[in-house]
Design a protein around this ligand. Structure first.
Ligand SMILES: CC(=O)N[C@H]1[C@@H](OP(=O)(O)O)O[C@H](CO)[C@@H](O)[C@@H]1O
Ligand SMILES: [Mg+2]
Length: 546
């Protein structure tokens, strides 16, 4: 049974807007993301793709999240979530791109049917798609277009309305694992809160959380969701004093404005409002609550930020100690996954001090996630604060089935089990990661200053370089070296050699029309100078500035 007539009729109501000559829509690292005015037709077509994907996978539920994360309020985006809560399989990104770029409604129907034929998809079997959106006002129009595509293709669908991105990932996995031995939790937003709150209490083991935590929610969906979550923590078990700030979701224009995890990371300062109180432990989520930054403003030394590298090394250190205390050091492989943007000092700390292996992958969490899955316990974070810790099924059953020989070993096994439930296994989750950090600090009895003392970051600089054609730049060695244009890497090497403890690399951004240059060196001025020099090389090879 084809859906031609229905798709045609519905598509006319949610038409695609042509881009400027020669430009195509592209399913990238963050799905389709751009000014929301362009996205109605795109989202309709993503609905067709999600339906095809569900049928291809025997009717398993596929997720669609409507969000533009830390972008300004006028933008929006749409991305697809696979059955176990992972990002859409990479091979399918080009199918999404093909559907969205079909020039006319007739072409769209042809592309849809061709994909069904080529991929041997039976259009008669049931399909299911579940979806949610962040607080952007444009989200309404976009999910209406999405629902129209799902109706046209006779796809069962559930609208979860406002959600954080990681909550939608949770719900996709919970839906598909419901009633199986690997059930991930109750299939509801409340189920997510219950799972996290129960695991949080178990992981805390009666330890005390020192002082108040101020959480800046970027005026995004994380605000109301965190407030809701906090109601699930039994006060008699854990006294968690949280002050939720920047949680205004009624004025769309303030979303991500001078606040949020991306602001903190890129500006390297605390959000100006509310005025930071010196010494108070603080953290920021981004607009869809999948990134996390910790920081405090020291009365003497000023602002100090604990980013994804710090969260990663903190998690690796704690979990490494627990695995040792549980006597599992020889049976479970722990690994840490980073990108080239990780500060060299964090890599040294993890390999030399924690004695854990570090693997470097290309930018984009799908790459890190994939490599982390190869370990029994895989810790991965991007420096920007997006990441999680993955536990293999083997690790989970080992925690459960090992008979402890001492109270200390039992304690460690219980805490590991609780951590595996507390940490979102599908994707980086700012709320879950924040709870993980709070548990670790409470267990170690650490302040943010103690955490910051573990190692000293190498001074570094990230520069955005506008070039005539970023596609001239190709990389190798997990983006740490340029394979083209010819000669550019030799020039970078020549500059790097002039500095002590220096490292620098350049690559084309996957999300912006520009290149990025990263440099680190022994001193701040050297890191700045090196970054500037490499930026000039990139400009020259990239066809000059725009
Ligand atoms: C240096 C940097 O922060 N790059 C970001 C950025 O990718 P680019 O390909 O560098 O534009 O956006 C990605 C998606 O959000 C994120 O995964 C990544 O970490
Ligand atoms: Mg985000």
């Amino acid at each position: 049974m084809a859906h031609d007539e229905q798709i045609l009729a519905a598509s006319q109501k949610h038409p695609i807007k042509p881009l400027d000559k020669g430009q195509l829509y592209k399913y990238g690292t963050a799905g389709f993301r751009m000014n929301a005015d362009l996205l109605e037709g795109v989202t309709f077509r993503v609905g067709l793709l999600a339906s095809l994907r569900s049928r291809k996978l025997g009717g398993q539920a596929i997720g669609v999240m409507v969000t533009a994360s830390h972008n300004p309020a006028v933008d929006n985006g749409v991305k697809v979530v696979d059955p176990m809560g992972e990002m859409l399989e990479q091979d399918w990104e080009k199918f999404a791109t093909a559907l969205v770029n079909a020039p006319s409604d007739d072409d769209l129907v042809k592309t849809y049917n061709k994909l069904a034929t080529d991929l041997k998809i039976n259009l008669n079997i049931p399909a299911k798609v579940i979806y949610g959106r962040d607080t952007r006002p444009s989200g309404h129009t976009l999910v209406t277009a999405l629902a129209a595509a799902l109706d046209a293709t006779k796809t069962e669908h559930v609208d979860y309305k406002l959600l954080t991105t990681p909550q939608l990932h949770y719900l996709v996995r919970a839906t598909n694992s419901e009633g199986t031995p690997m059930s991930y939790g109750k299939v509801s937003e409340a189920g997510y809160y219950e799972k996290l709150a129960t695991a949080f209490v178990r992981a805390m083991k009666g330890k005390k959380i020192e002082g108040q935590l101020v959480v800046d929610c970027a005026n995004g969906v994380g605000g109301p969701k965190l407030t809701e979550f906090l109601k699930y923590i039994p006060k008699d078990k854990v006294n968690f004093d949280v002050k939720v700030v920047n949680d205004d979701v009624l004025r769309p224009e303030v979303l991500n404005l001078d606040c949020g995890a991306d602001f903190v990371k890129t500006k390297q300062r605390a959000p100006p409002s509310p005025k930071p109180r010196p010494g108070v432990r603080s953290c920021s989520l981004d607009g869809d609550a999948d990134r996390l930054m910790y920081y405090w403003v020291d009365p003497e030394t000023g602002f100090f930020m604990l980013d994804g590298d710090r969260i990663s090394s903190l998690a690796a250190s704690f979990i490494g100690e627990l695995v040792e205390a549980a006597n599992l050091k020889d049976s479970l492989r722990i690994g840490v996954v980073q990108t080239a943007y990780a500060n060299g000092a964090s890599t040294n700390y993890i390999t030399q001090h924690l004695r854990l292996p570090v693997v470097c992958t290309p930018t984009g969490v799908k790459h890190l996630h994939h490599v982390a899955q190869g370990y029994d316990i895989g810790v991965y974070f991007e420096a920007n604060g997006h990441g999680t810790v993955l536990f293999s099924n083997d690790a989970l059953s080992t925690f459960k089935n090992t008979s402890p020989q001492s109270p200390a070993q039992k304690d460690a096994l219980d805490t590991l089990s609780a951590m595996a439930d507390l940490i979102n296994q599908t994707v980086g989750d700012a709320i879950s990661d924040m709870l993980m950090v709070e548990v670790i600090l409470a267990h170690k009895g650490w302040s943010l200053r103690d955490w910051a003392m573990t190692y000293t970051d190498l001074p570094n600089r990230l520069v955005r370089v506008e070039v005539g054609n970023k596609d001239l730049f190709a990389t190798t060695d997990a983006e740490r070296r340029l394979s083209s244009p010819e000669g550019a890497q030799e020039e970078i090497d020549y500059e790097v050699k002039k500095y002590k403890d220096a490292r620098s690399f350049a690559r084309a951004s996957g999300t912006e029309n520009a290149c990025r240059v990263y440099a680190e060196a022994a001193t701040r001025s050297e890191a700045n100078e090196l970054a500037e020099r490499v930026a000039r090389i990139i400009e020259r090879y990239g066809g000059g500035g725009l």
